[in-house]
Design a protein around this ligand. Structure first.
Ligand code: AMP
Ligand code: MG
Length: 320
């Protein structure tokens, strides 16, 4: 069985193909705004423009044709409506043209499933950190349950907003990571954690107000140390509470080496297993949509629509 998955919730248009065991293709192109944040209409235009070539190169990588695909999966949400609808429109058209099953995949769950696949961890606590999302999740009784989350903005969003203030282009995470590695002095920033929830927008305001007094290296270093400590502290609480035996970080911010280092130190000190996920699968990608579509292969046929708001814990997981 072959599943082709399309991702388009925000900045990335990605196409992945899997037979359920291997990822046989994972092609993508990412929209980069000329300045500022994502402009929804521009992101959608980017995705429509790149779709034919990305689909073709995924099929070529896998050495298959569209008619060989058994299921078309798409990222149903959550996401920004204009780019989000691109993967729906294309997959819906292909499934009708080739008379194959269509499956809508929750984007956040796809980040979790690719992390489970790549680490081999059966039942981990997962810190899911991306642009719009920041959640601490683990599986319990038929659902991925959210144990803790941001009360305002996602951590990637915080990094990108800080980047904008400092004149670093989107996505700012990788650049901030480079600056942070050269930072020498820790500047205390608001540390806001309530149980397993975190609040991030106050840090953004605070750091914007002091930005002219410090170097970008020290600010980046202090921002990473503060925010990542909050996330790892909340994750540790979830591990203590659930007594799960493994921990993984997934989503675009999981590309960050310092965050993974902190995660590893915390996990190992508790006797919990830890693995980083490969860079290729950290940020948005089509492979995670294809793979989750494969897991959902026995879901009954139904009509789908894109869902800009689509909670991780609202999905009944029938394959576990
Ligand atoms: P996603 O939406 O899952 O693709 O995640 C995108 C987010 O990940 C953006 O906010 C990026 O700034 C952030 N990001 C990407 N690479 C890194 C990195 N090395 N360190 C921190 N954040 C990163
Ligand atoms: Mg994502």
């Amino acid at each position: 069985m072959l599943v082709l998955g399309i991702e388009s919730t925000a900045h990335t248009f990605g196409v992945g193909i899997t037979d359920g065991k291997e990822i046989v293709a994972n092609e993508k192109d990412t929209y980069k705004p000329k300045q500022g944040g994502i402009i929804p209409r521009e992101a959608a235009d980017h995705h429509y423009k790149f779709a034919p070539n990305i689909i073709k190169s995924a099929l070529d990588k896998a050495s298959v044709k569209l008619k060989d695909i058994d299921i078309f999966a798409f990222s149903q949400g959550p996401g920004i409506y204009s780019p989000l609808k691109v993967s729906f429109q294309i997959s819906n058209f292909l499934s009708q043209k080739y008379k194959k099953k269509l499956i809508g995949v929750n984007h956040c769950i796809a980040h979790l499933e690719i992390a489970r696949k790549e680490t081999g961890f059966e039942d981990p606590v997962m810190l899911y950190v991306s642009g719009g999302n920041t959640q601490i999740i683990t599986f319990a009784e038929g659902h991925y349950r959210v144990f803790g989350e941001t009360q305002d903005i996602g951590v990637g969003n915080l990094l990108d907003k800080f980047g904008r203030v400092m004149g670093i282009s989107f996505p700012a995470g990788p650049e901030i990571e480079k600056y942070a590695s050269k930072g020498k002095r820790y500047i205390p920033l608001p540390y806001s954690i309530k149980g397993m929830d975190v609040s991030l927008s106050g840090i953004e305001t605070f750091i914007s107000n002091i930005k002219d007094k410090h170097s970008v290296e020290d600010l980046s270093f202090s921002l990473q140390e503060t925010v990542f400590s909050m996330l790892i502290e909340a994750s540790e609480r979830a591990l203590a509470y659930t007594e799960k035996e493994s921990f993984v970080i997934t989503g675009g911010v999981a590309a960050n080496k310092r965050l993974n280092e902190m995660g590893r130190i915390m996990a190992e000190s508790r006797g919990v297993k830890f693995k980083s996920i490969p860079m290729e699968y950290a940020g948005d990608n089509g492979a995670m949509i294809a793979y989750t579509g494969y897991l959902m292969k026995n879901e009954p046929e139904k009509d789908y629509l894109p869902k800009p708001v689509f909670r991780t814990d609202s999905v009944k997981i029938n394959y576990r």
